[in-house]
Design a protein around this ligand. Structure first.
Ligand SMILES: Nc1ncnc2c1ncn2[C@@H]1O[C@H](COP(=O)(O)OP(=O)(O)OP(=O)(O)O)[C@@H](O)[C@H]1O
Length: 312
């Protein structure tokens, strides 16, 4: 497999407290990789380690199949990134900002600046200073800055954050163009699946500093996400019957009165009968299909429940 990013047992601790634990990330060449996790789960820290802004406590990073070290300038020159909020010289125009960046990067190419501005739809901002740009325009300028040096890989930290629906649609389209037409591999972090599910090839789910799952969107779409939802006033007694009498192990007691049964070898009718025979009051029992959003939420929540020993 041709990977552009691989991390091996990547961990980071701040003052003895581990915030990233043993992460093995695999980003394939040519794909859009969605890096999904709630705020504070560690996405930015990992991206900072990938771009040499933060040093890992332990573990290894391979970029373009080369070990990342403090002096990996050549390797870092092959990627563009926006980590956290992009900062610009507010009094300067878009082109002036990019010119300055080009000088700093040793990439004094006027044509590349115009091309990058055109690609992100900012070619006509002319003399307008950046301080008059909307948030969406600034995000796009950040992307122009990241792509003007023609990188093979783009690392973007929450690039969609704060944009309105139209802005989101435009940016998403831009990512697809960069990926399909320019062959750039993209690693995009977000806390909202809906922002990337349409365009990502692979999703890596991170929770509390650990990579819980790395799956291709194709395989998720093909997966059986059906379950039986049971609502009862006596969830713990019902759980005991599912467990001991019906021998179902693949179920989860959610908050309050809600139980989800993922085992598809048992029918709704058999569950109903067994519970009623034990005088358990059933308020509702239904077959449901989990949305992708729920599937991922379940992964993240399931993970913290597993820590507390709460999953059956
Ligand atoms: N310099 C630091 N010193 C101490 N703790 C830090 C530092 N940087 C990050 N952390 C902690 O590491 C954890 C992960 O933070 P990080 O910013 O990587 O998460 P995130 O998933 O990117 O979230 P967000 O989207 O909110 O930025 C948090 O608990 C944060 O408080």
């Amino acid at each position: 497999m041709n990977y552009i990013i691989q991390t091996l047992g990547l961990s980071k601790a701040y003052e003895g407290k581990e915030v990233i634990s043993n992460v093995n990330l695999n980003v394939r060449k040519g794909e859009i990789y969605g890096f999904l996790g709630p705020n504070g789960s560690g996405k930015t820290t990992i991206m900072k380690m990938l771009t040499n802004l933060v040093k890992p406590t332990t573990g290894d990073i391979l970029l373009f199949n080369e070990h990342l070290t403090a002096s990996s300038y050549e390797v870092l020159g092959r990627l563009g990134s926006i980590i956290e909020y992009p900062i610009f010289y507010e009094k300067m125009t878009a082109a002036q900002n990019l010119e300055l960046h080009g000088k700093y990067m040793g990439y004094p190419n006027k044509h590349a600046i115009l091309e990058a501005l055109e690609m992100v739809g900012l070619k006509n901002t002319n003399q307008k200073p950046v301080k008059e740009f909307s948030l969406g325009m600034k995000q796009r300028l950040g992307i122009a800055r990241a792509i003007m040096t023609k990188p093979e890989l783009l690392i973007l930290d929450e690039p969609i954050n704060g944009l309105d629906p139209l802005g989101i649609k435009e940016i998403r389209h831009l990512f697809q163009v960069l990926n399909k037409d320019y062959g750039i591999t993209l690693l995009i972090s977000t806390h909202l699946l809906s922002e990337i599910e349409q365009i990502a090839d692979t999703i890596g789910v991170i929770s509390e500093g650990r990579l819980i799952e790395e799956v291709s969107m194709e395989s998720i779409r093909g997966q059986n996400t059906e379950f039986i939802e049971l609502i009862t006033t006596e969830p713990s007694r019902a759980a005991a019957i599912l467990d001991h009498q019906l021998r179902i192990s693949n179920f989860k007691v959610l908050h309050d009165r809600n139980i989800r049964i993922y085992d598809n070898s048992i029918s709704q009718g058999d569950i109903f009968k067994a519970l009623v025979l034990q005088n358990i009051e059933i308020e509702a029992i239904n077959k449901k299909v989990m949305s992708l959003e729920e599937y991922f939420l379940d992964l993240v929540q399931g993970d913290s429940k597993r820590d507390q020993g709460g999953v059956h």
